[in-house]
Design a protein around this ligand. Structure first.
Ligand code: CMX
Length: 392
């Protein structure tokens, strides 16, 4: 890690081959909240994610901002601080009311975050990041309610409850096991909060903040980055893929996987850019699913995929990691607890990431370089095939 390098050590020789490759692998900074290793996946502030799965989202948010887990007293104080920040300004609902219902939920989320910022921005990085985190559950619930035309009789936001309970209450779906939904969404939140510094949405959020735009503008921009099919929207595609498999018969599943590969389509939910084993975030969700919905049809399909796909994918030596990634199970679990429409799934990813991106923005703005912060982002571009010209 960079902390152990002396100032002169060369981290990476940048050659012409690196140009126009999306900064892939080019060192640009340090990250105080998380890192990813090939064998244990993401770690938050040094803890492997597998050790944090059972923690409440509030405690993990505390960890990302304070770099240590809270004791009981700190945990209680932090929860009450979040409650004090939680009230969503009234005018936000009028804006949501005016949005096109067919718009993608990620666009609603980005606009919702911008709107929160327009109603109140303090200009203090930490204050704004924590205010946004505290207001996200209500915003998320309101997005579902207004987009689905269920804007009447929305329950009052009981800000004394946990973050996820406030979302579940606002959503107020009929015939739902609220406790199960709270457990699944809480686990999802903890698993998705942060993933190093260089993923597209985090990097985008930090770049926007480096120009001293507000936390709200930076995180709304990060959500726009997350919405792309090559980034956060993969978890929407993953449940759509599972629904397309349609059977948990292992022979049929194997035929399906082979056909997808033959037709050059990705086998969603498998593979990873860094990990060389099954993503512990997938393992944790499989364990949760085994407890709460072992007989759910989609869960049975992903269990069959988990058995069959790595075997088939590993026949292709180009694929470095044929094992399950985080996206394999999250959709099946959300679907099981009543969140049936996959177009919303990336919004949960975004909601969770507000914590990690928010903490990284605070680190870059007020902690790094002895409190001076990281300067405005300015990577270098070269002119391509252009000669100097003058207008006659
Ligand atoms: N299905 C089909 N092909 C796959 C594959 C999969 N699950 N995983 C890897 N490959 C292919 C790659 O597309 C690449 O092909 P090309 O050489 O033709 O470009 C080749 O195998 C080598 O890939 P790799 O080095 O093993 O992995 P990459 O870093 O290039 O890609 C990832 C990683 C996640 C994009 C890829 O595994 C993939 O597309 N998976 C399916 C989609 C998916 O589940 N996305 C969610 C990712 C969640 C996460 O990142 O945590």
């Amino acid at each position: 890690m960079v902390g152990y390098l002396d100032n002169e050590e060369v981290l990476c020789e940048v050659t012409e081959n690196h140009l126009n490759t999306g900064l892939r692998g080019i060192p640009v900074g340090t990250c105080r909240t998380s890192f990813v290793t090939p064998d244990e996946g993401v770690h938050y502030c040094g803890y492997p994610i597998s050790e944090l799965v059972e923690y409440a989202p509030e405690d993990v948010i505390y960890l990302l901002f304070n770099k240590e887990l809270p004791n009981q007293e700190q945990a209680a104080k932090f929860r009450s601080e979040l409650s004090n920040r939680a009230t969503v300004p009234e005018g936000v609902e009028e804006v949501l009311q005016s949005l096109p219902k067919h718009g993608h939920p990620m666009d609603w989320l980005s606009i919702g975050i911008h709107t929160l910022g327009m109603f109140e921005t303090t200009g203090d990085w930490l204050e704004d990041a924590l205010n946004l985190i505290a207001r996200m559950p209500r915003l998320m619930g309101l997005i579902f309610r207004y987009r689905e035309g269920r804007e009447r009789d929305i329950p009052v936001d009981d800000v004394t409850k946990s973050l996820v309970a406030r979302f579940v209450d606002t959503l107020d779906l009929a015939g739902i096991d609220n406790e199960k939904m709270t457990k699944v969404v809480s686990t999802y939140m903890v698993l998705h909060m942060d993933h190093g510094g260089g993923n597209l949405s985090t990097f985008t959020g930090k770049s926007i903040a480096s120009g001293k735009a507000t936390v709200y503008s930076a995180i709304a921009g990060a959500m726009n980055a997350l919405s792309g099919p090559l980034h956060g929207r993969a978890n929407q595609s993953c449940l759509e893929f599972v629904l397309k498999v349609g059977t948990s018969d292992e022979e049929e599943v194997e035929k399906f996987v082979r056909k997808e590969l033959a037709e050059r389509r990705p086998v969603f939910g498998f593979g990873h850019a860094v990990l060389s084993v099954e993503d512990p975030r997938a393992t944790a969700q499989f364990e949760l699913g085994q407890k709460i919905c072992p007989d759910d049809e989609n869960f049975k399909i992903i269990r069959a995929l988990r058995k069959v796909a790595p075997k088939v994918l590993s026949e292709n030596k180009k694929i470095r990691n044929p094992n399950a990634n985080v996206d394999i199970a999250s959709g099946a679990l959300l679907h099981h607890v009543g969140l049936r429409d996959p177009t919303y799934y990336t919004t949960f990813f975004g909601w969770a990431r507000v914590a990690g991106i928010g903490a990284q923005i605070v680190d870059e703005r007020v902690v790094m370089r002895a409190g001076r912060g990281v300067p405005i982002y300015r990577p270098k571009y070269f002119p391509e095939n252009q000669e100097l010209r003058h207008v006659d």
